[in-house]
Design a protein around this ligand. Structure first.
Ligand code: MLT
Ligand code: MN
Ligand code: ZN
Length: 309
C-alpha cells in the first residue's frame, strides 16, 4: 500500500487565511522550522494508479496539483481521474468541502457513516455530485467494506469504527447532550489491503483514547492520529478562540489523558500526527513540544509525506 498525506493541517490550514497568531505569522514569513500545511486528507493506493481519498478537504485542488499521480495521465481519456473513491471520517467542513471540487460528472464512490450521508443529502449543494455517477455507500461500523469505484476494485477494504468525538460544528444543537452527537458521527478507519491483510489506521478526529480504542490500536503497524491541539487551552491562551480541545471534540497531545500518554503502552510501530491546528506548537520544529513528541516516538505529519506499507 502506498499512502500519501495530502494535507496534514486541521480546519483552516496553515497559515489560516485570517489568522495572525505567532505560528501563522512565522510560516507566512518563511521562518525556518515552519512548513505550510493544507487541510486534512490522505490518499491510498495498492497499484499506484487507482486511489482512495480519506476525506476531501477544501484544498483538494491544490493537493492534486502537488501530486501528479492524482491527475489524469497524458494518455488517459478526455475526462479521467485516478481518484476512484472517497471515504469520510465525519461531516466536518474540512473533510467534505473538497467533494465540491470533484464535480464535473466524474464517476467515483463515496463512503461515509449514515448520518454523514444524511447531512450531505440534506444539503442541495451536494446534488452537484449526481448519485448515478457518485454512489453514496454507507459505512457500517465493524464490517470490512470492499472499496470499488468507477467499475474498479481498488484491492482495499475499510473497517470503520466509532471513536469518541463530536458532531460537525454546523450541525451542533446547543441544547442537546454533547451537542447532539450520536455514536458514529466520528469514525476511525482501518484501511486493509485485501491481498495481504496489512492495514493501517486513520483517525484525524478523536476526543478520547478510551479502552476500546487503545486495544484496537495495540501493536498496529501504522496510525495517523488527531494532532489538533498540543495543550487543552492553547487557543484560549493565545487569544484565538474561547474553546478548549475537549470542547472541539479533540483529545490533546499532552496531559495525563493526552495522546502521547495514551499511546505510550500500545507498541504502535509508527505513529504520525495529522490534522494539526495552526495554534499547535508542534508546527514549530524548534519548539520543546516538537522535541517532546519526537522523543515519545511520534512523527509530525507533513504534506506530501509518503509511507509504503
Ligand atoms: C474540527 O476538526 O473540529 C472541525 O473541522 C472544526 C470546524 O468545522 O471548523
Ligand atoms: Mn477538522
Ligand atoms: Zn494561526
Amino acid at each position: 500500500m502506498r499512502i500519501r498525506i495530502l494535507g496534514s493541517g486541521a480546519g483552516g490550514g496553515f497559515p489560516q487565511w485570517n489568522c495572525n497568531c505567532a505560528n501563522c505569522r512565522a510560516v507566512r514569513a518563511g521562518a525556518p522550522g515552519f512548513l505550510p500545511r493544507t487541510q486534512s486528507s490522505l490518499a491510498v493506493s495498492v497499484n499506484g494508479a487507482d486511489w482512495l481519498l480519506l476525506n476531501a478537504s477544501p484544498d483538494l485542488r491544490e493537493q492534486i496539483a502537488a501530486a501528479p499521480e492524482l491527475a489524469p495521465a497524458p494518455d488517459d481519456g478526455l475526462r479521467a481521474s485516478p481518484i476512484k473513491a472517497v471515504a469520510l471520517t465525519n461531516g466536518d467542513v474540512d473533510h467534505v468541502a473538497g467533494l465540491l471540487n470533484m464535480r464535473e460528472a466524474q464517476p467515483f464512490s463515496l463512503y461515509a457513516a449514515g448520518r454523514v450521508l444524511d447531512a450531505l443529502g440534506a444539503n442541495p449543494i451536494f446534488t452537484i455530485l449526481q448519485t448515478q455517477l457518485v454512489p453514496r455507500i454507507e459505512l457500517h461500523t465493524e464490517k470490512a467494506t470492499p472499496v470499488t469505484g468507477a467499475g474498479i476494485d481498488l484491492g482495499l477494504a475499510i473497517r470503520a469504527f466509532p471513536v469518541p468525538g463530536k458532531i460537525a460544528l454546523y450541525l451542533e444543537n446547543a441544547n442537546a447532550p454533547n451537542f447532539g452527537t450520536s455514536a458514529g458521527d466520528t469514525l476511525g478507519l482501518e484501511i486493509i489491503e485485501t491481498a495481504t491483510g496489512d492495514s493501517f489506521f486513520y483517525i484525524p478526529g478523536c476526543a478520547k483514547v478510551d479502552a476500546d480504542l487503545a486495544e484496537r490500536l495495540r501493536d498496529a503497524k501504522l496510525v495517523f492520529f488527531d494532532g489538533t491541539l498540543f495543550h487543552e487551552n492553547e487557543m484560549i491562551e493565545q487569544g484565538l478562540l474561547g474553546k478548549t480541545g475537549s470542547r472541539m471534540g479533540h483529545v490533546n497531545v499532552s496531559g495525563a489523558d493526552g495522546s502521547i500518554a495514551a499511546f505510550e503502552p500500545l507498541d504502535v510501530k509508527r505513529k504520525i500526527y495529522v490534522h494539526i491546528n495552526n495554534s499547535n506548537p508542534l508546527l514549530n520544529e524548534f519548539s520543546d513540544e516538537y522535541a517532546t513528541a519526537q522523543a515519545a516516538g511520534w512523527e509530525i505529519g507533513e504534506d506530501g509525506m509518503e509511507v509504503d506499507l
